[in-house]
Design a binder for this molecule. Structure first.
Ligand code: IMP
Ligand code: MG
Length: 173
């Protein structure tokens, strides 16, 4: 690896956190069959592990949004690069994200999905950074709060690299 990194969350910790999230979701959606929408690309590894811990029947879809570069200079509107394909009107929907930082991405995606009239809409994120929040986001399911550092691995990238790392590491930028 070209930059210095430090382990933040190992495989075992991640697995335990995801099991707890899945248990909560299973409880909350007992008797229901939610549509889970994964925000690409970062959330795909988390999604793959999360859904295999779920016991409730579920449907799956994907959405891809543009990242806006330096978040401090944006007005908070992300572009939808790939929309979902399932009709979610009247459905229970859970959005799955890798990490919430400023909140701009999730608020945009949440509002976009909300306009499709789901019956209910909740948010699940593996990681949350609290320091740079500019938009209020109601996170219903959260795995871990992480420090205000750049993290990579387990789906999260730096310049499209390191998504394949099995653990989550802090990158010294
Ligand atoms: P937000 O819109 O500022 O909340 O940022 C969320 C998006 O930025 C996430 O979907 C990630 O793709 C990306 N992101 C934010 N922080 C990190 C990080 O530490 N590592 C990798 N990606 C990040
Ligand atoms: Mg993301």
């Amino acid at each position: 690896m070209d930059k210095k990194t430090k382990r933040l969350l190992g495989k075992g910790e991640i697995r335990k956190g995801i099991k707890m999230l899945a248990e909560k979701i299973d409880n909350d959606y007992e008797g229901a069959s939610p549509v889970i929408i994964c925000i690409l690309k970062g959330a795909f590894v988390f999604l793959a592990d999360l859904i295999r811990e779920l016991k409730i029947p579920m449907k799956l879809d994907f959405i891809s949004v543009s990242s806006y570069g330096d978040s401090s200079r944006t007005r908070g509107v992300v572009k939808i690069l790939k929309d979902i394909s399932i009709d979610i009107a009247g459905e229970d929907v859970i959005i799955v994200e890798d990490i919430v930082d400023t909140g701009l991405t999730l608020v945009s995606v949440h509002d976009f999905i909300k306009r499709k009239n789901p019956r209910s809409l909740k948010i699940c994120t593996l990681l949350e950074k609290k320091v740079k929040r500019v938009k209020k986001v109601k996170i219903d399911y959260r795995g871990f709060v992480v420090p205000n550092k750049y993290v990579i691995g387990y789906g999260l990238d730096f310049g499209e690299k390191h998504r394949n790392l099995p653990e989550i590491r802090i990158m010294e930028l």
